[in-house]
Design a protein around this ligand. Structure first.
Ligand code: HEC
Ligand code: HEC
Ligand code: HEC
Ligand code: HEC
Ligand code: HEC
Ligand code: HEC
Ligand code: HEC
Ligand code: HEC
Ligand code: HEC
Ligand code: HEC
Length: 300
């Protein structure tokens, strides 16, 4: 019953369009918040003096304040984020932020679907991070809910996320992947793109991009994750298996040999003697494994 009554009041408060009182009116009763607010990027709308009342200051998020002030407070007379639930929170923020964030497909993102919305990650009034009003420092924020990922970044070989060299958002967009995102269908994990159809990896590892005269099809078509686990690995090159040949043999596993070729070379016996440990380290010979401009077999 209570909830219904509150919802009704909430709607009344919002629909009475003209009852804006301005941010000054909030000062006396909410001094701690008010006194910090000049640091907030949302303060600009007050300072500019150019915005309409519904886009200015406290009331731009909390809705018109007259009824609330008249009642001398109360959660039901104002947009109280502690009451309105995730969907309405999302709507309140997207009223202004949909332009940049809709590109990110925020409504279809896994976070939104799981009820992880703006206020789960951003804290308007109590941000503990230097940028973007994050509730906590980015890594700590993400680890709050992704404990298993923390373990991955503690593997012997990893991107140094915990040390601050690389951030989660260098590879992910927590607001969702772009509509045209790279291989959205096969790799939906909110993995961000640098430019259309490129993996985020190439921002920092541009030399792996090519184009090469001799492409390794798996790099170009299947992508970096076919062989690498970017969070962390026991392999020094962050391969998804401890040894390199076990990665290669996932694909080069022609019956009886590991490397079926057009030429029909028998690897088991001649070129590739797998009993000889030398041959197990495939990249000592196939050194340009991401592609080569000089050699069909990626020797150089
Ligand atoms: C950009 C949107 C936004 C603006 C602008 C804004 N708030 Fe908030 N406010 C929130 C959100 C979201 C919460 C819920 C708690 C949180 O996420 O920080 C909140 C919470 C509150 C609370 C509850 C106490 C608390 O700390 O949780 C009060 C009171 C409040 N705001 C008052 C104000 C006042 C006063 C102003 C103007 C000086 C203001 N707000 C401006 C979004 C906003
Ligand atoms: C006369 C004092 C008074 C004034 C003026 C006032 N408030 Fe409040 N406000 C309160 C009190 C008291 C509460 C606590 C209600 C409760 O906890 O049940 C409250 C609660 C709130 C909440 C809900 C906090 C929550 O728990 O989510 C928000 C948001 C809020 N006020 C925003 C504002 C804004 C914005 C203004 C200016 C337009 C404003 N208040 C002006 C007294 C005031
Ligand atoms: C899962 C956590 C998470 C959620 C949910 C989330 N954000 Fe963010 N947001 C972040 C992080 C992390 C950054 C910083 C990105 C960076 O460092 O590049 C950020 C940055 C931003 C920025 C500044 C940079 C930009 O892209 O414009 C805005 C604005 C923003 N978020 C708004 C929102 C709004 C509005 C919502 C809800 C509709 C939301 N965020 C939901 C984590 C989140
Ligand atoms: C009335 C419009 C409006 C509403 C509603 C609004 N914002 Fe903003 N927001 C802005 C503006 C304007 C900026 C400043 C942009 C700039 O400085 O480039 C901003 C900046 C931000 C930033 C970036 C901070 C930074 O350090 O760069 C974040 C994060 C953000 N808003 C989150 C939110 C969240 C979460 C909500 C909902 C609780 C919300 N906003 C609601 C207009 C709004
Ligand atoms: C160097 C790039 C990179 C960085 C940095 C990175 N990720 Fe990832 N992450 C990926 C890729 C690529 C995938 C998809 C792997 C796949 O599906 O094969 C992924 C998958 C995920 C997944 C879904 C699969 C799973 O393991 O549960 C989560 C959750 C995740 N990352 C969270 C994080 C968090 C949290 C951080 C920061 C602490 C982070 N990632 C940093 C590249 C990165
Ligand atoms: C409030 C909890 C919460 C926070 C904070 C949070 N996440 Fe998530 N995240 C989830 C939930 C719940 C899911 C869906 C279930 C799952 O895959 O674990 C998810 C899923 C993901 C996925 C996988 C998406 C997919 O397609 O499967 C990635 C990647 C991810 N989060 C990255 C991040 C990053 C990066 C941050 C920090 C900026 C972050 N998350 C912060 C709760 C959170
Ligand atoms: C923001 C820049 C950045 C992005 C994005 C990035 N990396 Fe890295 N990568 C690095 C840095 C820096 C190192 C060096 C190790 C370290 O200091 O963390 C590294 C190391 C590596 C290594 C091991 C190299 C070695 O010799 O130790 C591999 C493999 C790798 N990255 C693959 C990837 C893949 C795959 C992706 C995309 C999913 C990716 N990286 C995205 C910066 C990045
Ligand atoms: C077919 C498997 C495969 C794919 C796909 C692949 N790699 Fe690699 N990568 C390797 C192997 C094997 C090594 C180790 C080479 C060695 O031992 O010298 C390596 C090493 C690396 C290194 C560290 C050594 C160096 O050359 O700098 C980086 C960085 C790297 N890869 C990035 C990437 C990126 C980015 C992508 C996606 C564009 C990618 N890899 C796709 C197999 C692959
Ligand atoms: C995801 C599957 C996959 C993985 C893993 C993979 N490859 Fe390939 N590789 C291919 C495909 C597909 C071709 C192209 C074959 C063709 O066009 O007939 C290729 C081509 C090659 C070629 C060029 C000769 C040729 O037949 O085109 C060499 C050499 C090669 N791979 C070595 C390796 C090595 C060494 C590894 C391990 C580091 C590896 N590959 C991992 C799929 C893979
Ligand atoms: C000692 C050097 C050497 C090592 C180590 C080596 N190769 Fe080769 N590989 C060659 C040579 C030489 C060729 C050229 C064609 C031939 O004679 O088969 C070749 C050709 C290939 C081809 C393309 C021809 C075909 O049959 O498809 C593939 C695929 C291949 N190697 C995969 C691997 C894998 C996987 C490993 C690791 C298990 C590996 N190689 C280790 C020397 C090496």
């Amino acid at each position: 019953m209570l909830r219904v009554a509150q919802a009704a009041l909430f709607l009344t408060a919002v629909s009475r369009g003209a009852d804006y009182v301005g941010s000054e009116a909030c000062k006396t009763c909410h001094a701690p918040i008010w006194n910090q607010f000049f640091r907030n990027p949302h303060y600009k709308s007050i300072a500019s003096g150019k915005e309409t009342p519904e886009n200015t200051g406290c009331e731009s998020c909390h809705g018109p304040g007259q009824a609330h002030v008249a009642a001398r407070g109360g959660k039901a007379t104002i947009v109280a984020f502690s009451e309105i639930g995730s969907e309405k929170t999302l709507d309140a923020c997207l009223r202004c932020h949909s332009q940049t964030l809709s590109r990110a497909n925020i409504r279809r993102s896994v976070h939104t679907q799981e009820d992880v919305v703006c206020s789960s990650c951003h804290s308007i009034h109590n941000s503990k991070a230097p940028k973007f009003l994050l509730a906590k420092k980015q890594t700590d924020l993400c680890y709050t809910c992704h404990a298993s990922v923390k373990a991955q970044f503690s593997m012997p070989f990893k991107h140094r996320v915990n040390e601050g060299v690389v951030e989660c958002t260098d590879c992910h967009n927590p607001h969702g992947a772009s509509a045209a995102s790279w291989r959205m269908a096969s790799l939906p994990r909110m993995v961000d793109q640098k430019e259309a159809n490129e993996e985020p990896c190439l921002k920092c590892h541009a030399d792996k991009r090519g184009p090469f005269v001799y492409e390794h099809a798996s790099v170009r078509i299947d992508g970096c994750e076919t062989c690498h686990v970017p969070h962390g690995s026991t392999n020094a090159k962050m391969l998804k298996r401890p040894t390199v040949f076990t990665v290669c043999l996932e694909c080069h596993n022609g019956a009886g040999t590991f490397g079926r070729s057009a030429a029909g070379v028998d690897h088991q016996s001649s070129t590739h003697n797998m009993a000889d440990p030398r041959f197990q380290n495939c990249t000592t010979c196939h050194a340009r494994i991401h592609g080569s401009n000089a050699d069909f077999f990626f020797f150089r």
